[in-house]
Write a protein that binds this ligand. Structure first.
Ligand SMILES: NC(=O)c1ccc[n+]([C@@H]2O[C@H](COP(=O)([O-])OP(=O)(O)OC[C@H]3O[C@@H](n4cnc5c(N)ncnc54)[C@H](OP(=O)(O)O)[C@@H]3O)[C@@H](O)[C@H]2O)c1
Length: 226
């Protein structure tokens, strides 16, 4: 993996470039980072999943971010399509955001005790540990303040619908974007779906390259964090 920016350019690793300390998020909430991969033409899926866009270096970046994160949150749509299992980091919790609770809780994600649900207050009762915020749909700003164990660094793993709602609530502090050197075509979603018009400036922190894949890391400018 090569660092292209900041200069000087030179070899780096996912651990060196992504394993940096994060501050607390604004107003005492956790720092929230997303990690997504997109094709050159902006699709985040190939045949309904992201795996066909990825590479070993991309998986390394994702694993590095998971390892340093205190907690993972992910949309129910991604859990349903990407077969989420239990995390490799012992003790890590994964919060699954759902408005309906329509998630298979018999998978190892939940039977291991790692998974919990993030639901609206009026979602149907469930035997799985739940954080509840909002009526009819999850109020993410309230939910992230109520996460168990008060995590400092939350890794948000998509998908596009969850990203769109997080961005709409100005809850994304960092975007880690891998650009896969492929044109996919089709009508796959962009990084964020269903967000209203937003004008949120982000600052480029680094740009890496490996085997034609480009790895960019952006931080929300209003956080004032380097
Ligand atoms: N390229 C990548 O890096 C990447 C990363 C992740 C996912 N993906 C792909 O993205 C696709 C899934 O994305 P998606 O957009 O359909 O689903 P998603 O964002 O993973 O999940 C959306 C679901 O989250 C729940 N939800 C609850 N509150 C919400 C809120 N306030 N805002 C948004 N969602 C809320 C709803 O679940 P309920 O329906 O249960 O109520 C909603 O249907 C899959 O094809 C996956 O492979 C790609």
């Amino acid at each position: 993996m090569q660092r292209l920016y900041p200069l000087p350019a030179g070899p780096t690793t996912a651990a060196e470039s992504y394993g940096v300390a994060r501050p607390s998020g604004p107003q005492g909430r956790p720092w929230i980072a997303t990690c997504m991969i997109s094709s050159i033409d902006g699709s985040t899926v190939l045949a309904g999943v992201s795996g066909g866009l990825s590479s070993s270096a991309d998986r390394d970046v994702l694993l590095t971010l998971r390892l340093i994160a205190d907690m993972v949150i992910v949309g129910a749509g991604t859990v349903r399509s990407e077969s989420y299992g239990k995390p490799t980091k012992a003790g890590q919790r994964i919060g699954v955001v759902s408005n309906t609770g329509n998630v298979d809780t018999s998978t190892s994600l939940f039977t291991s005790g790692a998974g919990f649900l993030i639901l609206p207050e009026n979602a149907p009762p469930t035997s799985v540990e739940s954080v509840r915020a909002g009526i009819d749909e999850v109020d993410l700003a309230a939910a992230v303040r109520a996460l168990p164990g008060r995590p400092r660094f939350v890794h948000a793993e998509g998908g596009p619908s969850l990203n769109g709602t997080l961005a709409s609530a100005d809850l994304i502090d960092e975007i880690n974007l891998t650009t896969s050197p492929q044109v996919i075509g089709g009508s796959g979603p962009r990084l964020m779906s269903n967000a209203p018009d937003l004008m949120q400036p982000f600052r480029l922190v680094h740009l890496l390259e490996d085997n034609g894949f480009i790895f960019s890391r952006y931080v929300r400018q209003s956080t004032g964090i380097a």
